[in-house]
Write a protein that binds this ligand. Structure first.
Ligand code: SF4
Length: 319
């Protein structure tokens, strides 16, 4: 963490390793909201269980080249780009902090499961599993729940399309267990982000348009086998990642994305009601990218709170 001391000098706290001692205890009764000038306990309907710290995608550093915003390039000229050193998706600031620290101790995971509040039917309420690559170890959660003599109701997963494809077999075997125990596994957020290879490259997502489409085909074929116990639809509570607009959009690129959306009927079951505009947080790789463009091109993008407004320089809108 970087901050200023009382004399205005910038100081940086050294990073310290994660300490599992602080991880097991979770008190879900401890959350309150302010109502009529008094604190009232907040009813938790969906909780979290921590199984992994950080993201595997953050484990390997590489040099990546990110194109200039389309609005700053002139027609007929080849695209300029900026090269940065990056471990993670270029827009992600969450894994920028954590990196990849591996799995949490099973004793702590058991505590997390035990600490989950129970619903009216006595089962534990639904929870988001914090693990970017959750499928290989998913069935273990059912064994831990059996050890603890508790019943689960729903597990929500956030994962990348490539990790989903790699983990299809363990997902199917876990779904068999889930169906027997009447537990739903919801792919609550698949990080598709885009259906264009240029944008996916600039986001350093590490997947291609085809990977995303293969993942969609796989979940669509799995759904009829487990109609109740496997979920991925927005009606079931899923909200998959789709970033639009981005600085690299142009007419041809948008035409191709819309063609893909229509050909693969992505509005039917995959795309959320609204896309998420690309947000550049100061800690992300894209912030390094855009600051380098500012220096090179002598332009200044607007600052909006903790983000950098890629769509607006002082004298030009790039939308
Ligand atoms: S966006 Fe997801 S996959 Fe990408 S670095 Fe962040 S946590 Fe990992």
């Amino acid at each position: 963490m970087v901050c200023k001391d009382e004399n205005g000098q910038i100081i940086e706290n050294p990073s310290i390793p994660w300490n599992d001692t602080y991880l097991p205890k979770v008190d879900w009764q401890n959350l309150h909201i302010l109502k009529d000038e008094a604190f009232e306990p907040l009813t938790i309907t969906c909780a979290q269980v921590l199984q992994q710290i950080g993201c595997q995608h953050a484990a390997r550093e590489r040099q990546i080249s990110i194109d200039y915003p389309w609005g700053l390039t002139q027609e007929g000229k080849s695209l300029s780009s900026i090269t940065i050193c990056q471990k993670i998706c270029s827009f992600c600031d969450v894994a920028a902090d954590k990196g990849y620290m591996g799995g949490v101790d099973e004793a702590a995971i058991k505590e997390h499961l035990l600490c989950l509040p129970s619903g009216p039917d006595g089962r534990k309420i639904s929870f988001e599993l914090i693990n970017e690559s959750p499928l290989f170890n998913l069935s273990r959660l059912f064994e831990l729940a059996d050890d603890l003599s508790i019943e689960l109701s729903q597990i929500n997963l956030t994962l990348r399309a490539d990790y989903l494809l790699k983990g299809l077999k363990p997902l199917e075997s876990t779904l068999k267990i889930a169906a027997k125990k009447n537990v739903r596994i919801l792919l609550s957020s698949i990080e598709f982000e885009s259906f264009d290879d240029t944008i996916l490259k600039n986001l350093n997502k590490g997947v291609s348009r085809q990977t995303n489409l293969d993942a969609i085909q796989a979940i669509r074929s799995l759904k009829p086998k487990y109609p109740v116990h496997f979920g991925y639809l927005k009606e079931e509570g899923a909200n998959h990642g789709f970033i639009c607009p981005t600085p690299w959009d142009n007419k041809a690129l948008s035409y191709e994305i819309n063609k893909t959306i229509s050909m693969y009927r992505l509005l039917l079951d995959i795309l959320p009601n609204h896309s998420t505009p690309l947000i550049i947080y100061h800690a992300s790789g894209l912030a390094d990218w855009i600051r380098q463009i500012e220096l090179k091109e002598n332009v200044e993008f607007v600052r909006v709170g903790t983000t950098i407004g890629w769509w607006q320089t002082k004298d030009q809108s790039l939308l």
